[in-house]
Design a protein. Structure first.
Length: 255
C-alpha cells in the first residue's frame, strides 16, 4: 500500500508539473501571437499614416516631385484617396452639430447626413468627369482614376482646416470670428493649389494650358449640370404624365 501511495504521489506531481509546463507554453505562445499581431497592426497603422497624412503633406510642400511620385511611382493609393474624402465628409457632419455657437447658424432639426454625403462626394465625381472629358480633347495624359485620386488628395487641407476651425470655434468670441474666416481661406486656397498643381503634373501641361483646361472644366461642369437638370425635368414630366393616366383609368373603373 505504501508503494502504491508513493506511485500515486509521484504521478500527481508529474501531472501537475506537466500542466504548469503546458500553461506556460500556452502563455508564451499567446504572447508571441499578440506580439506578432501588435507588430502587424503597428505596421499597418504606420503605412496608413504615411499614405493618408504624411504623403499629402509632402505633396503640399513639394508639389512637382510629390505628384510625379504620385503618378509615376504609384505612391498615390486609392484607399488613401477614399479615406481623405471620407474624413472630409465626417468633418462636415461633425461641424454641422459641434461648431461653436458664435458661428454655427445650422438648425439641428434640419440635419441630414445623406445630403452632406451627397454634397461631399458629388463635386469630386463631377470635377473628375468634367476634367477628364476636357483634357482628353487637349492631349491630357491623366487617367480618370488619377484625376479622381488627385482631387481626393487635394481635400486634405480642407480636412485639416475644418477640424481646426471646428475646435477653435468653441473658444473664440465674436471679435475673433475673422480668425476662423482666415482658416477657411487657407483651406480653400490649399485645396485649389493642390488641384492646380496636380493638373499640371498629371496631364503634363504648362501653366497656360492648365488654366485653359480649368476654364474648360468649369464649362463642362455647367453643361453636365444643365443636361442633368433637363433629364430630371423630363423624367419628372414623364412620371407625372403616366401618373395622371393611371389616376384617370382608376377613376373611370371605380366609377
Amino acid at each position: 500500500m505504501l508503494e502504491l501511495k508513493i506511485v500515486l504521489i509521484v504521478l500527481t506531481v508529474l501531472a501537475f508539473a506537466a500542466c504548469i509546463a503546458l500553461i506556460e507554453g500556452l502563455i508564451a505562445g499567446k504572447q508571441e501571437l499578440w506580439l506578432s499581431i501588435a507588430k502587424k497592426v503597428k505596421g499597418k497603422l504606420g503605412t496608413f499614416f504615411n499614405d493618408v497624412v504624411k504623403f499629402p503633406i509632402y505633396i503640399i510642400t513639394h508639389p512637382i516631385q510629390g505628384y510625379n511620385e504620385f503618378k509615376v511611382e504609384k505612391k498615390g493609393k486609392m484607399y488613401a484617396a477614399i479615406s481623405i474624402l471620407v474624413a472630409y465628409i465626417l468633418v462636415q457632419i461633425l461641424a454641422y452639430n459641434y461648431t461653436g455657437p458664435v458661428v454655427n447658424t445650422n438648425n439641428p432639426h434640419e440635419f441630414n447626413s445623406i445630403k452632406i454625403i451627397i454634397f461631399g462626394v458629388l463635386p469630386v465625381i463631377l470635377i473628375a468627369v468634367a476634367n477628364w472629358s476636357i483634357t482628353s480633347l487637349f492631349d491630357g495624359k491623366g487617367k480618370m482614376k488619377e484625376i479622381f485620386m488627385m482631387i481626393c488628395y487635394s481635400y486634405f487641407p480642407l480636412v485639416v482646416c475644418g477640424i481646426l476651425r471646428m475646435v477653435l470655434s468653441n473658444f473664440v468670441t465674436t471679435d475673433e470670428v475673422l480668425f476662423l474666416t482666415i482658416i477657411d481661406i487657407i483651406g480653400f486656397v490649399g485645396t485649389g493649389y493642390m488641384v492646380f498643381m496636380g493638373l499640371v503634373v498629371i496631364h503634363e501641361y504648362g501653366i497656360f494650358k492648365t488654366v485653359i483646361s480649368v476654364l474648360g472644366t468649369v464649362l463642362a461642369i455647367l453643361i453636365i449640370l444643365f443636361m442633368a437638370l433637363l433629364i430630371f425635368d423630363l423624367a419628372n414630366q414623364v412620371i407625372s404624365f403616366f401618373s395622371s393616366i393611371y389616376k384617370e383609368i382608376m377613376t373611370r373603373f371605380m366609377s
